[in-house]
Design a protein around this ligand. Structure first.
Ligand SMILES: Nc1ncnc2c1ncn2[C@@H]1O[C@H](COP(=O)(O)OP(=O)(O)OP(=O)(O)O)[C@@H](O)[C@H]1O
Ligand SMILES: [Mg+2]
Length: 375
């Protein structure tokens, strides 16, 4: 029985390292995105394509002749299937494995083991990194991390808030005590303390805002939320910015806190408008609101049948690459005078609706996507 691959194994006795297979046909395997390993009957590696070298982080020279059991710390399952393939118990078999390696990250892979009918190379193994699993893992890590961050910020904000009042009060008292002849000169200093204390107070208040306000739940119509945000943005940027609306009016109402959602969408839209400043001046700035219903989505580890799928898209310069991975972290800003809280707050509000915010950005196209479960 031959495996489901496109090359034919013909005689290549004149190529010492790869007997029985023409170099050119195996070369073709280098074009594949999947890692391909061919083994002999003793499970020694006879061939590994470029993707396999990449995945295993070793060159073929290093891999050649190694046994399957030596590649992974927990290769037991793989070796069992290898023996089944050798015994021609199947033509090909698929399995998902987490393969552990000494001193390296383990590999989450979808494995296809193929029985070939070449006695020199009886088994071909195809490995593909399990992207879906990787994505879920990454989302899970990010979710845990953002929860930990929020906790940290909240505690820190409380710690700052308490002495802040004291500092401001003391500076005011000090100002009253200043001798008249030095008042003008020294007042400058006390005013700096008071002003900076006030600035910090505003920051701390914003940090604590989502934890303060009670969550007021009612029926939310997402299009009302978007229209409110639109009118606020239009009032602020009356010229040069067009807002396109592409609504799916069949999106049902859902239980949620309308004010929070307005704040979340406004923060995102406001960022977009700020990023569009140059285009607003040029008169071709474009914002797009899209609503859809998504089916069968997994949000924060839970699967939902239906979800609101909302996109806020702008044609601005894109998120600066150096902060792209951190924009949802508090105090991360790419803007002069930005406090870096807008997206943190937006994320907190959306998470309070069991939703997530995702972001895709490149120059000329930035898409913030909000997913929230629907009834
Ligand atoms: N649509 C966008 N296009 C380009 N960059 C963006 C966009 N949205 C966010 N950013 C970048 O992400 C950064 C973080 O945004 P965030 O709203 O959290 O903070 P901020 O806008 O800097 O400050 P704040 O909203 O607290 O006043 C922004 O400073 C900006 O650099
Ligand atoms: Mg902002």
């Amino acid at each position: 029985m031959r495996g489901p691959f496109f090359w034919t194994i013909v005689d290549t006795a004149n190529i010492p390292s790869l007997p029985k297979t023409p170099l050119t046909s195996l070369d073709g395997l280098d074009l594949l995105a999947s890692a391909v390993i061919i083994l002999d009957a003793d499970s020694h590696i006879k061939f590994a394509n470029a993707a396999a070298e990449n995945l295993l982080e070793s060159s073929f020279k290093v891999l050649a002749g190694q046994k399957l059991t030596e590649l992974f710390l927990n290769g037991g399952d793989l070796v069992n299937v290898f023996h089944q393939a050798l015994a021609h118990e199947f033509a090909d078999k698929r399995l998902d494995l987490v393969l552990e390696r000494a001193g390296r990250e383990s590999l989450q892979v979808h494995v296809v083991v193929n029985a070939l009918d070449d006695p020199e190379m009886p088994v071909l193994i195809e490995l593909r990194e399990n992207v879906q699993q990787l994505k879920l893992d990454r989302e899970e890590r990010m979710f845990d991390q953002s929860q930990a961050n929020k906790e940290l910020i909240r505690n820190l904000a409380h710690e700052i808030k308490n002495p802040l009042g004291g500092i401001r009060g003391a500076a005011q008292l000090l100002e009253l005590e200043l001798p008249d002849r030095q008042l003008k000169e020294l007042r400058e200093y006390t005013q700096v303390i008071i002003k900076e204390a006030d600035r910090l107070q505003t920051l701390v208040d914003r940090l604590l805002a989502p934890h303060r306000r009670p969550h007021i739940v009612g029926d939310v119509n997402i299009h009302e939320v978007l229209e409110r945000v639109r009118s606020l943005i239009v009032a602020e940027f009356p010229n040069g910015l067009s807002i396109k609306r592409d609504y799916d009016l069949s999106v049902p109402e859902f239980r949620g806190d309308k004010e929070q959602l307005i704040q979340a969408v406004l923060n995102i839209t406001h960022n977009a408008a700020q990023a569009l400043i140059e285009r607003i001046e040029a008169g071709d700035a474009q914002l797009t609101f899209i609503t859809r219903v998504a089916r069968q989505v997994t949000l924060a580890k839970i699967r939902y049948r239906l979800a609101l799928d909302l996109h806020i898209i702008d044609n601005g310069p894109g998120i600066p690459p150096e902060i792209h991975d951190r924009i949802f972290y508090p105090l991360v800003s790419g803007r002069d005078g930005g406090s870096g809280l807008g997206l943190t707050l937006a994320q907190t509000f959306v998470q309070q609706h069991q939703g997530v915010i995702e972001c895709e950005s490149r120059p000329g196209y930035t898409d913030f996507r909000i997913l929230i479960p629907l009834p």
